[in-house]
Structure formats: C-alpha cells, structure tokens
Design a binder for this molecule. Sequence first.
Ligand code: ADP
Ligand code: AMP
Length: 221
Amino acid sequence: MKIVLFGPPGAGKGTQAKSICNRYSIPHISTGDIFRRNIAENTPLGVEAKKYIDKGHLVPDDVTIRMVYDRLEQEDCYNGYLLDGFPRTVKQAEALQYFLSSRKECLTTALLIEVPGSFIIDRMTGRRVCLACGASYHIKYNKPKVQGRCDVCGSDLIQRKDDTEDTVRERLEVYETQTAPLIDFYKSRDLLRTVDGTKAINLVFESICKILGESYDNIKK
Ligand code: ADP
Ligand code: AMP
C-alpha cells in the first residue's frame, strides 16, 4: 500500500490517516507533523519551515522534497506508507513519481477527501492537536475523553498557531491555486479516488476502507 492522501486543510486527512495506518500497519508520513517536530526542536529545517508555515504558505518544494525522500528511504517504508499532506504541488507530485519509478514501484491510490470551503473555518478553528503524537481532535465533533488531554498519549492538546481564521483563509487559497491541480494530475494517471469528507468521521473511514480494498485488489490482479 502506497497511498497519497490529499484535500483542503481541515478535510480530515490527519484524522483518517491515523485509522488507515492502524488498519493497514503502514507508517503515517505527515509532512506537517515532520515540520512541526523540527520547529519544536529548533532545527535548521524547523527555522526555515516556520517562516512559511506561520503565514499559511507552502514550504519551498526543494526543501520539502528532500525531506520526504529522506523519510521514504527509511526501512519502515519498505512495505508501504501513507503520505498525508504530500504532495501539495505538481512539482512535488512529479518528484514522487520519479522516486517511485526509479525503484520500479507505483502508487496504489491518490485519495482526495472532498470538503467544501464552507465547512473548513469551523473545523480548523475548533481543532486541537497533540504535538507529541500528532492526534487531532475537535471541540465539538471529536472531543477527547478528558478535556485538553490526548486520548492516545496523555500529552497536552494545543491550538495550532496556523489555525486562526485569517491563516486558514490564506491556506485555502494556497490549496486552490497550488494543490487542487493534483486532481487532474492523478486523474490522468488513473490513480484518483474521491471520498465525501462531510460525513461523520466513522462513515468517512468506512468509505475509505472500501476504496482502498478495491485499489489493493486491482494492484494484485
Ligand atoms: P487535515 O489533516 O486535513 O488538516 P484534520 O484531520 O486535522 O484535518 O481535521 C480537521 C478538524 O476537523 C479536526 O478538528 C478534526 O477533529 C475535525 N474533523 C475531521 N474529520 C471530521 C468529520 N468527518 N466531521 C467533523 N469534524 C471532522
Ligand atoms: P498540515 O499539517 O498538513 O496542515 O501542514 C501545515 C503546514 O506545513 C502547511 O500549511 C505548509 O506550510 C507546511 N507543509 C506541509 N506539507 C507541505 C508540503 N507538502 N509542501 C509544502 N509545505 C507543506
């Protein structure tokens, strides 16, 4: 299973990625989580990435692609992985295709979680995240068992600095101009599958499992 998960900010990628990776026992590679870990540790990559992330802009392609190549070369990726939030530009998608074809591998599916813009501000401003394990909650739609504490690892939950209304609007714009072209990119390669992300979290997961089951069977044929 080599899966790309994409969609607008707040579509539910991180939420669904956790469940998909548990179900299929593959690593969850979230470029946003890797950047945030580097920012917390104040590494040179973190210092560079923060300049863009705080404004709601994309980190430059060369920096991001290098970071993803390094991650995909690690041993736990040998049997598959789920990429959450990468690619986000056509240049990144081409770089991923190049990486895969140089290993005679191919992507199983590029899964788009579709959610209209009208849902996004509410989802993003109510989001609370765990910086330690990357789990994502919502103050109305996906509450933790104990307020302010992560169900998975017990760490404090925080509101991301880039989840303010103004930054979210900027990120939505960036999605439309830079990431939405991936829809045609993957459609033309017959890799695109789409799921309605406006339904409840468990229903979205059911639809995803159905799609992934079918994609996996097709690859084995
Ligand atoms: P992304 O990784 O795509 O930016 P998240 O998975 O972090 O999005 O989800 C954004 C917010 O919306 C979180 O607060 C999450 O709990 C909530 N959320 C995710 N999926 C749904 C859903 N299907 N219905 C309602 N809220 C959701
Ligand atoms: P996310 O956690 O996926 O919402 O990502 C948070 C932020 O990290 C984004 O708004 C971007 O600034 C940056 N980022 C994450 N993934 C990428 C990527 N593939 N390319 C460029 N920037 C990214």
